[in-house]
Design a protein around this ligand. Structure first.
Ligand code: ADP
Ligand code: ADP
Ligand code: ZN
Length: 213
């Protein structure tokens, strides 16, 4: 499986990418998770990325493309990958095409999770994440067994700083301006797959797998 998952913040990319990747036995590559880990570890990459993330802006293309190129060199990625949150600009999409052409492993599909704005706002407002293991929950739609506590590792759940309302508005604007045009890019390439991202998590996974067959 060699795919990218697209869709606005909160569409369910991370949730679906984890399931699809586990099923196919390929890595789930989330540039957002990679940046958040770098921020936690206080690396130079993290220090650079943090300012952009805090205001809902995109990390510069050169930086983002650099970490993706490195990641694709790791052995596990030879089996395939599910990208989540990358590419987010046309420049990133073109760079990804070039890197994959060199590796002779082109993308098979770009899957867009289609979710209406009102639902996006509900999903982001209720999103809670585990600062320790990265698991994602929703207070109403995917609650942990014990409120506020991670099922997987027992850590206390938190709200992502960029899920606060002001930043969400900016992230949605950035999505429309810089990332939504990629839908046309992949349509023109003949690999766009659009999937209804509303409905239960399992139903969405099934629709994606069906659409990829
Ligand atoms: P969501 O899926 O909720 O939109 P992500 O975890 O994918 O959030 O991304 C969080 C933040 O990390 C983005 O707002 C941006 O600042 C940065 N980021 C993640 N991926 C990219 C990317 N491909 N290009 C530039 N910035 C990125
Ligand atoms: P993205 O990576 O696109 O930003 P996430 O996978 O983090 O999106 O999902 C955003 C929020 O919506 C999370 O709180 C998640 O638990 C919840 N969520 C994901 N998929 C669904 C779904 N099909 N129905 C209801 N809530 C969902
Ligand atoms: Zn956890």
């Amino acid at each position: 499986m060699r795919i990218v998952l697209m869709g606005p913040p909160g569409a369910g990319k991370g949730t679906q990418a984890a399931r699809l990747a586990a099923r196919a036995g390929v890595p789930h590559i989330s540039t957002g998770d990679m940046f958040r880990q770098a921020v936690r570890e206080g690396t130079p990459l993290g220090l650079e990325a943090k300012g952009y993330m805090d205001r809902g802006a995109l990390v510069p293309d050169e930086v983002t493309i650099g970490i993706v190129r490195e990641r694709l060199r790791q052995e596990d990625a030879a089996r395939g990958f599910v990208f989540d949150g990358f590419p987010r600009t046309t420049v990133q999409a073109e760079a990804l095409d070039r890197i994959l052409a060199e590796l002779e492993r082109p993308l098979e599909a770009a899957v867009e999770l289609v979710v209406p704005d009102a639902e996006i706002v509900r999903r982001l407002a209720g999103r809670r994440v585990c600062p320790q293991c990265g698991a994602t929950y929703h207070v109403e739609f995917q609650p942990p067994a014990r409120p506020g506590v991670c099922d997987r590792c027992g850590a206390e759940l938190a709200q992502r700083p960029d899920d606060r309302e002001e930043t969400v508005r900016e992230r949605l604007a950035v999505y429309r301006r810089q990332t939504a045009p990629l839908v046309d890019y992949y349509r023109a390439a003949g690999i766009l797959v659009q999937v209804d991202g509303t409905g239960a998590v399992d139903a969405v996974t099934a629709s994606v797998l069906e659409a990829l067959r």
